[in-house]
Design a protein around this ligand. Structure first.
Ligand code: AMP
Length: 218
């Protein structure tokens, strides 16, 4: 089964994708991760994408579709995929249909995670992760037990995503409403849309998604 999660940045798509990966043996394809990796490695695609990424703007469709295609090839045809952050525009949705069709696949379900903008800004603008082990923290919601020391690995080095400032988060939310929300109607008309409350706690959101997908005979 091939599933896509749709929701504003910070709605918890990454966390839910990981839970679904483990539970349903799906492989994740997260466009934001693919872009961060390409930017960090300084590939030609990463260099072209960086100015858009740093501003919180959408990266041009052809660049992102190129990365997604590489990832699909890398994953092979053995397992289902869970798309996180792609597609974000109607043009990308059409490109995805073509990419999947060329591999004899289709997108089976789209799960919309509904969230509130102001709560999202609070959630995203306080995020940081341990540079040693990648454990995620938050200034208000999940601090380290001992100040400045990672609970999991003891590292004292932490990183913040450069696009996790309030200003950039507001700009990304505006991009989401303008460019990505139309996809919700697009997939509703195709009969693929499921909607869950993304503001609930992580386990409850996961159960709601699992229930929504179960109707599709996972
Ligand atoms: P994310 O990790 O999904 O929040 O994405 C972080 C940033 O990567 C976004 O603010 C965009 O600049 C860029 N990005 C990720 N996925 C896409 C996409 N499908 N289309 C265009 N830009 C994207």
């Amino acid at each position: 089964m091939n599933v896509m999660l749709i929701g504003a940045q910070g709605s918890g798509k990454g966390t839910q994708a990981q839970l679904l990966e483990d539970q349903l043996n799906l492989k994740a394809c997260a466009s934001g991760e693919l872009l961060r990796d390409a930017i960090a490695r300084g590939t030609p695609l990463g260099l072209a994408a960086k100015p858009y990424y740093d501003n919180g703007d959408l990266v041009p469709d052809d660049l992102v579709a190129g990365l997604v295609l590489e990832r699909l090839k890398e994953l092979g045809d053995a397992s289902g995929i869970i798309l996180d952050g792609f597609p974000r525009t109607i043009a990308q949705a059409e490109a995805l249909d073509r990419l999947l069709a060329a591999r004899g696949k289709t997108l089976d379900a789209v799960v919309e995670m509904q969230v509130d903008d102001d709560a999202l800004v609070k959630r995203i603008a306080g995020r940081f992760t341990c540079a040693g082990c990648g454990e995620g923290y938050h200034d208000a919601f999940k601090t380290t037990k001992s100040p400045g020391v990672c609970d999991r690995c003891g590292s004292t080095q932490f990183v913040r995503r450069r696009d996790d400032t309030e200003e950039v988060v507001r700009s990304r939310l505006a991009a989401y409403h303008a460019q990505t929300e139309p996809l919700i109607d697009y997939y509703r008309h195709l009969g693929k849309l499921k909607t869950v409350d993304g503001m609930a706690e992580i386990g409850a959101v996961h159960r709601a998604i699992a229930r929504a997908l179960d109707g599709d005979k996972l």
